[in-house]
Design a protein around this ligand. Structure first.
Ligand code: SF4
Length: 259
């Protein structure tokens, strides 16, 4: 049975999470240690790590401009590589899988998490499902993989390819949000339930979310099935093709000078 002390701890934890979420919405990506754990800073010591150290959460940096997207992505990649926030994932991963593609892409494909092949090679969507995604991009949309940007909710492989836990997805959220903030795409195509629900912060099923245009942070979002699902259920390819056609129509209707 929970004691009053347990309940108080749980309430405090909830308040702390709410406070951090509100900082995050305001664009704050790093807090001085003293702001969170005042007693952890010995008198006379600096309250923040040296500028060269890597933080497990994206550092507070100015809103990126397109000119330095490559550099900002590289800085973020270094933080992801050093991240051990999800202890189990950090211990079992071969490497982190950051993302790949055009740093100025109009379109980002947003998936769930690295699988075995991605964990081995360090690139998202490189297994069988990745080949199907490449076909969608290349044969379906007449684009190259290098024209778009591909990233996942999680940067580390969940063992056994299980779904990311809500805690893991929340831990990794600042990384993918910052990635998207740097790239500034006009469109995001969410692949599957996990990616769509995490981006849009909803519990609606993919069946209800697909087929319409959503908006996240001013970016148009289209949801469709994950390529791994299509491999298991080829009949759903027809629905995905409809979603991709919707995406293509939206892209054609919106002026843009880069792919
Ligand atoms: S999944 Fe994301 S938050 Fe968790 S350890 Fe990997 S990089 Fe860090």
């Amino acid at each position: 049975m929970a004691t009053p002390g347990d309940l108080e701890d749980s309430r405090l934890q909830q308040l702390l999470i709410q406070q951090l979420q509100s900082f995050h919405r305001a664009g704050v990506r790093q807090l001085p240690r003293a702001a969170i754990f005042p007693s952890a800073v010995p008198p006379g010591k600096p309250d923040h790590p040296p500028a060269t150290s890597l933080s497990p959460v994206p550092e507070m940096r100015p809103t990126p401009s397109p000119e330095n997207a490559l550099e900002e992505l590289e800085l973020l990649r270094q933080q992801v590589t050093a991240c051990t926030l999800c202890e189990d994932l950090a211990a079992s991963r071969t490497q982190t899988v950051f993302g790949v593609g055009n740093p100025h892409a109009r379109l980002c494909f947003f998936g769930e998490a690295p699988g075995r092949d991605e964990d081995r090679l360090g690139e998202p969507f490189v297994g069988r499902a990745g080949k199907l995604l490449t076909d969608i991009i290349h044969k379906g949309m007449q684009l190259q993989r290098e024209d778009v940007y591909i990233l996942n909710v999680l940067k580390c492989r969940p063992p056994g390819n299980r779904n990311p836990s809500p805690t893991e997805a929340n831990c990794c959220r600042p990384f993918f949000e910052r990635q998207l903030e740097i790239i500034q795409p006009e469109f995001i195509c969410c692949l599957g339930t996990v990616a769509t629900q995490n981006l849009l912060q909803t519990r609606e099923s993919i069946g209800r979310l697909r087929g319409t245009v959503h908006t996240w942070q001013g970016i148009k979002v289209i949801a469709t099935y994950h390529p791994a699902y299509l491999l298991r259920n080829p009949a759903a390819k027809k629905d995905t093709w409809e979603d991709i056609q919707l995406l293509m129509r939206e892209m054609e209707n919106t002026a843009g000078d880069t792919v």
